[in-house]
Design a protein around this ligand. Structure first.
Ligand code: KG4
Ligand code: ZN
Length: 414
């Protein structure tokens, strides 16, 4: 395998001169050696090859990322073998760049933390096999990381957020609401029953051919929808938010996608244009789909807050809602969530965009959290496997549904 050979060249069967050269390329800090916990984090669960070095106080000492977005935009979605190949081509360079930027020698690392679940099998495999060779070579502990747990805890790198807090993860691949009670203690309140909101927005953007729009050609689908929605009028379409009768915290976006598909088809007929051309009503459609998405997400989150307060799972006076994932950078959706947190006396926190999307920092930070808590640090890496599918925490979504909490109507004047 290419990646194994590549890794081996640097970390495995290198000549003594090469190893000396590699190690000399890093600065040594004898003073800090072993005083601080320092973790190298590696992320390859989807379409970003990312690495970062973070210390226990949350200082990001070095980071590097290679995004595959441009390639996948052209093919209209992620093709797993293509993603795998791109990870293989980039992982060694990205890890080296993060280490070099940090000025930390590999021998100074306290551990290596790597995403092993959930994600695309072919992508996870590249990060894991690279990491295991590194762990073996450097004789460091290994910390397997759950990608969603890492997203959920990222906020604690920049804010003093105490457990418990509520987290909403919304991106192209994720959609869930969970209560975070500890470093590895999560209660899953609800999740998408079909696709994630970012996936739906990407599909709508593709159907609207926004890649051909001069203002949106380099934007992700969700970003293009947000951009165009500012020029549109959502009232031109009356779309019901999904799952209005289901009094739970689950989500659904594929029905909404089909409704939008039908609207687009109808408009193409009316405007007399072919599929693949840009509709004059594209901005109105973008505004309507964004508003409906925001209302759906806000309603489920509102119910999750009420459920947690009813069961005394969240502080009555100082409850925190953390929102993360690529879709969390959408300001319209954030404002809808703000209406909910204002109505429920919660604090809304959102990591900065570069920490909302997939990155190596969140993986390294999760490694630090685990080191500090003494959880899941492995000296023996035998039998470690990646897990493409892996739920987050204990699923209590049935209990949430049984509570059937009626959510008071809020005016979504955004
Ligand atoms: O977290 P992320 O980088 O990758 C994963 O999906 O894990 O999120 C990417 C998703 C894409 O679906 C993209 O369309 C969406 O986040 N996204 C947005 C915005 N920026 C990115 N969705 C809505 N509004 C945005 N401004
Ligand atoms: Zn992610």
């Amino acid at each position: 395998m290419l990646i194994l050979n590549k890794t081996a060249r640097v970390f495995f069967k290198p000549s003594k001169r090469k190893v000396d050269g590699f190690l000399r390329s890093f600065n040594f800090h004898p003073g800090i050696l072993f005083l601080h916990k320092i973790v190298l984090g590696i992320e390859t669960s989807c379409d970003d090859t990312a690495a970062a070095v973070v210390d226990e106080t949350g200082n990001v000492l070095g980071e590097a990322i290679h995004s595959q977005t441009e390639v996948h935009l052209k093919t209209g979605g992620i093709i797993p073998p293509v993603a795998q190949q791109l990870h293989r081509e980039n992982i060694q360079r990205i890890v080296q760049e993060a280490l070099c930027a940090s000025g930390i020698s590999p021998s100074e690392l306290s551990a290596i933390a790597t995403t092993i679940k959930p994600g695309l099998a072919l992508s996870l495999g590249v990060g894991l096999s690279f990491s295991l060779q590194l762990v073996d070579q450097l004789k460091k502990p290994f910390i397997p990381i759950h990608h969603m747990e890492a997203h959920a805890l990222t906020i604690r790198l920049i804010n003093k957020v105490e457990f418990p807090f509520l987290v909403l993860l919304i991106s192209g691949g994720h959609c869930l609401l969970a209560l975070v009670r500890g470093v590895s203690d999560f209660l899953l309140l609800g999740k998408s029953l079909d696709i994630a909101p970012g996936d739906m927005l990407d599909k709508v953007a593709r159907r609207l051919s926004l890649i051909k729009h001069p203002e949106c050609s380099t934007m992700s689908g969700g970003k293009a929808i947000e951009h165009l929605a500012k020029q549109g009028n959502r009232f031109h379409f009356d779309i019901n938010p999904p799952m209005q009768r289901a009094k739970n915290c689950d989500f659904s976006f594929s029905g909404l996608q089909h409704v939008i598909d039908k609207i687009i088809m109808q408009k193409e007929k009316e405007e007399g244009i072919e599929k693949g051309q840009i509709l004059s009503s594209a901005a109105d459609i973008a505004a309507a789909v964004q508003h409906t998405t925001a209302c759906h997400i806000a309603k489920r989150t509102h119910r999750a807050i009420l459920f947690c307060k009813q069961r005394d799972l969240l502080s009555q006076s100082n409850a925190v809602l953390v929102v993360s994932g690529g879709v969390a950078s959408n300001l319209y959706i954030r404002r809808a969530l703000e209406i909910v947190t204002n109505a429920t006396q919660c604090t809304l926190l959102c990591p900065p965009p570069r920490l909302c999307t997939d990155n190596g920092i969140m993986i390294a930070w999760n490694g630090i959290e685990r080191l500090r808590a003494g959880l899941g640090i492995l000296d023996n890496i035998e039998g470690i496997r990646y897990e493409p599918k892996c739920p987050l925490g204990v699923d209590i979504s049935k209990e949430v549904a049984e509570a059937a909490i009626k959510v008071p109507r809020l005016k979504m004047k955004i």
